[in-house]
Design a protein around this ligand. Structure first.
Ligand code: EPS
Length: 386
């Protein structure tokens, strides 16, 4: 079973993740993971912190000579900002815990609920872990999963389809084209005209001290039919993908295929009709289901979209109440991102990569890449003969 744990605070020493269950023999290098880490740091609308951080990973176990060994893979991403926080965030009793104390909860953040639940007066002990800085670890983990998916021709493409009130229209583009266009775009947007308007909207929000959310889409192509299972709730792949994506900081909703539109249309305009020809086998001419029926991949690309709320750390003050004095206040912040939807799209890709890799391993098992390949190929022969 593929699983991971991660640890680390936004201004702590480092983010650390352990990925357990990767088979032996998967090509994996720090450079490969660093490509994904760099993508996450980009995006028009990020704040000053991204000038400080230049995320790179150190692989400290589980990989030898560029190949996984089958042992747990430990990934470490150091926080450069730690140099400015070491005395405040130190784990020992010497930590200057009376400095940079946070008692003013930001509406929309984990601050208040976390402080009540964990019985903390200093909300720094909440926000440090709730911070989206943690997503750097998830991207490193996702990259390790992706290294496995590459071996099976499974491609994951994320792109931004909405920022604030501006929607992109990437209709008719292939995943390869979307990938190419998104890679050349500061907003990971495959529609250049929409991208220009999105940037203007971000500039406007920045000028007003506000923040913006949006929607990203992730497309998984090259999938075999039969990942996931209809038999039990916690084996349904759409459920697992939804949990993985919904747990990304600031994500408020997810849909597959036509998603919520399925509630507006009659069944005849929702379900994908089935066809057969001897060369292709079974196929569909539409993919409204987004590649999943009954919690199982149907051979079409998995297509999902997730909505990110605007970042709750605002320059423009929102009304709140001091946790200790109970006095109302309106405070602004020193530093924040205005829009992080492109970064969220990269994190979304990583979360999806991990779940797909897990489903792949569940279906094809094996402790080495070669063994999994044998199982995969024998199953694909079976699929051809159906
Ligand atoms: C974040 C606040 C900002 C973001 C941070 C997430 O950090 P800071 O408070 O240090 O300016 O830059 O995101 C990252 C550090 C990152 O790597 O994405 C928050 O409160 O969630």
């Amino acid at each position: 079973m593929l699983r991971y744990l991660d640890a680390g605070e936004s201004h702590g020493q480092a983010l650390t993740a352990i990925v357990e269950g990767l088979p032996a023999g998967v090509p994996l290098t720090e450079d490969y993971i660093n490509i994904q880490l760099a993508r996450r740091q980009g995006g028009y609308g990020r704040g000053g912190r991204m000038q400080i951080e230049k995320d790179t990973v150190r692989i400290t176990s589980g990989v030898r000579g560029g190949l996984t060994t089958g042992g747990p893979v430990c990934l470490v991403v150091e926080n450069r900002d730690w140099a400015n926080w070491a005395e405040i965030m130190a784990p020992g009793p010497e930590a200057r815990i009376d400095e940079r104390v946070v008692t003013k909860p930001r509406p929309g953040h984990a601050d208040l609920g976390g402080a009540i639940k964990y019985d903390q007066r200093d909300m720094r002990n909440i926000l440090e872990r709730a911070s989206a800085r943690e997503t750097a670890a998830r991207v490193a983990v996702g990259a390790a999963a992706r290294a496995l998916l590459d071996r099976f021709g499974i491609m994951i493409t994320g792109h931004v389809v909405r920022v604030g009130s501006i929607s992109a229209n990437p209709a008719g583009l292939t995943p390869e084209e979307i990938l190419r266009r998104a890679a050349g775009s500061e907003l990971m947007c495959a529609d250049p005209a929409a991208e220009e308007q999105m940037k203007q909207e971000i500039d406007r929000a920045r000028g007003e001290g506000d923040s913006l959310g949006g929607i990203f889409e992730v497309i998984v192509s090259g999938l075999p039919v039969g990942l996931g299972s209809h038999v039990h709730y916690d084996r349904k792949l759409d459920g697992m993908l939804a949990r993985a994506v919904m747990s990304i900081q600031a994500i408020k909703g997810i849909e597959f295929g036509i998603g919520f539109k399925a509630g507006e249309r009659p069944g005849s305009q929702v379900h994908d009709e089935l066809f057969y020809n001897p060369d292709q086998g079974f196929y569909r001419e539409t993919n409204r289901a987004g590649g999943l029926e009954g919690g199982v991949t149907n051979g079409e690309p998995v297509v999902l979209r997730a909505v990110m709320k605007p970042i709750p750390t605002l320059y423009k003050p929102l009304k709140s109440v001091d946790f200790v004095t109970k006095e109302p206040y309106e405070a602004s912040v020193e530093r924040s991102d205005v829009c992080a939807v492109p970064a969220a799209a990269v994190v979304g890709e990583a979360a999806v990569a991990f779940e797909i890799a897990r489903a792949l391993l569940e279906k094809f098992g094996g402790d080495s890449l070669a063994e999994i390949k044998r199982n995969y190929e024998s199953y694909m022969e079976h699929v051809k003969l159906v």
